[in-house]
Ligand binder design. Structure first.
Ligand SMILES: [Mg+2]
Length: 220
């Protein structure tokens, strides 16, 4: 599925790619609305519907990924609430082996995430995956989410890579589409970003279930 000899740079998404998206889905759809209702003394069901629709309206924008924005909008300390359930942050299977092999290979390995830096730091603390990367990039620093073509122009301007010899693995197909338009030559998605939800059968990009399917040769 991947000819590693054709690839110099590997760009990896974090949530739903390296880490189980169940943490994020559970947090935003269940835990946070429940805590919102408790803290603001509102009805739990009503709060859930209201908060979910408020969040869904900004899906795909940088605000959607911004915990400072939601702390302000919802009058909640979102990073503190995230820490309350941080024990649920999990690496997906084979991720550590995959990252180690790439770390010891000649590939340039970059984490590229839409996550807010506060969330990135929390997840790095709980998983230790940061040590395997040459660089870690947060789209907030470019004022554009990865779904936007403009992000790729800005990212490339500061991080030289050869698009045709670059692999991006990301569970978000809008992100893969923007990268494809920019010229990134190798694109893969994940078939089951959230371990608690059904496997996706209708992806527009080639998908893997786990990283063992594309494990590069080399030492661990
Ligand atoms: Mg993702």
């Amino acid at each position: 599925m991947i000819d590693w000899s054709q690839i110099d740079t590997v760009l990896l998404d974090m949530d739903g790619t390296l880490l189980d998206l169940h943490y994020d889905n559970y947090f935003w759809q269940q835990y946070m609305p429940r805590r919102y209702a408790e803290i603001h003394r509102r009805d739990a069901e009503e709060s859930r519907a209201q908060v979910n629709s408020q969040i869904n309206r900004s899906r795909g924008t940088l605000a959607w990924y911004c915990v400072d924005h939601w702390s302000e909008q919802l009058k909640l300390d979102i990073p503190a609430l995230k820490r309350e359930v941080a024990h649920m942050i999990r690496m997906r299977p084979f991720v550590e082996d995959f990252l180690k092999r790439l770390h010891h290979s000649d590939k340039h390995l970059v984490l590229v995430t839409n996550a807010h830096r506060k969330v990135l730091d929390l997840k790095l603390d709980h998983t230790g995956i940061g040590r395997w990367f040459d660089e870690m990039v947060v789209s907030h620093d470019y004022q554009m989410p990865k779904e936007d073509l403009q992000f790729w122009h800005r990212f490339h301007a500061t991080h030289p890579f050869t698009p045709a010899r670059t692999l991006l693995i990301d569970d978000n197909e809008a992100v893969l589409e923007a990268a494809r338009r920019y010229g990134v030559g190798h694109l893969l998605t994940l078939l089951q970003p959230d371990s608690q939800r059904d496997k996706r059968l209708d992806t527009r990009f080639p998908g893997i279930h786990h990283f063992d399917e594309i494990m590069p040769d080399g030492q661990l």
